[in-house]
Ligand binder design. Structure first.
Ligand code: DGL
Length: 280
């Protein structure tokens, strides 16, 4: 029987965005094993309703719990903004989200903070609330960027159109004279060269992926859950095309990953059937 501390940490996102969190976790805690889950069949999440996002998150955490993991990291701001508080109370697992770690880091860097995020995250107001709870003197402006995730998942990062869209999204924040910009969606770090080329070099960029990696390490330490064995290779699971995810992600991973396609609902139905036949 594997000890709880030697189980993997699970990370989930709608797609390749969470790879930015995966890399930060690897840098911070190279000794940990990771299960990376991407709900690619149902992305993007950021234009969906809060109810749908919560339902998807519950389905994912149900599935992850059955895989035996010691911690769940929401490598997705949209899920963190809309579902974290609810699911934390529902599961007997440590679950971490990006908003608070990102907000804490941002207020240390500046007072005029821009947030670029999915429409659902912006609508939730989660970043503005978190920042102002920490520092009521900080000013926050948020911009919803619905086109970014489809462009990144569609491998359009270098296109002229992507740069035009980025200029349009950043324009209102440039007008406000922001000194700090938060990537309020894990996909956006993949656009760093494009975004950096538009922003003044004096603007601090905050990637909450870095902050959550530090928070996760602290949490594992507090719970005595740090892995003390050799880590296993990262396991990649997706709900959409395994080939497409592997092809797209290799540019960030630096290798062509082995990817499993899984059926979220079928597996939870099978598990439910098993449980009921076992009389649980
Ligand atoms: N990468 C996710 C986030 O951080 C989700 C993006 C999406 O699917 O719209 O918000």
């Amino acid at each position: 029987m594997i000890k709880t501390q030697n189980l993997p940490i699970a990370l989930f996102d709608s797609g390749v965005g969470g790879l930015t969190v995966l890399k930060a976790i690897h840098r911070q805690m190279p000794q940990e094993s990771i299960l990376y889950f991407a709900d690619t069949a149902r992305l993007p999440y950021g234009t969906r309703s809060p109810e749908t996002i919560l339902q998807f998150v519950r389905e994912i955490i149900d599935w992850l719990s059955n895989q035996r993991v010691k911690m769940v990291i929401m490598a997705c701001n949209t899920s963190s903004a809309l579902a974290l508080e609810t699911v934390r109370a529902e599961y007997d697992l440590p679950i971490l989200g990006l908003i608070l770690p990102g907000a804490r880091t941002a207020v240390k860097q500046g007072k005029k903070i821009g947030v670029i995020a999915t429409p659902a995250t912006v609508k939730s107001n989660a970043y503005a609330q978190a920042i102002q709870e920490i520092d009521s003197t900080a000013q926050v402006w948020q911009v919803g960027c619905p086109e970014f995730v489809p462009l990144i998942e569609g491998n359009q990062i270098e296109s002229v159109y992507t740069k035009e869209v980025a200029q349009e999204y950043l324009y209102p924040l440039l007008l406000k004279g922001i000194d700090t910009l938060i990537y309020g969606c894990t996909h956006y770090r993949h656009l760093e060269p494009v975004l950096r080329s538009i922003l003044s070099p004096s603007v601090n960029i905050i990637d909450p992926a870095e902050s959550i990696a530090i928070a996760a390490e602290r949490e594992l330490g507090l719970m005595s859950l740090k892995n003390d064995r050799l880590p296993s290779p990262t396991r990649f699971c997706v709900t959409g095309s395994a080939k497409q995810f592997a092809g797209l992600s290799q540019r960030w991973l630096g290798f062509y990953p082995e990817v499993e396609k899984i059926h979220l609902l079928e597996s939870s139905r099978i598990e439910m059937t098993l449980k009921s036949s076992e009389g649980i």
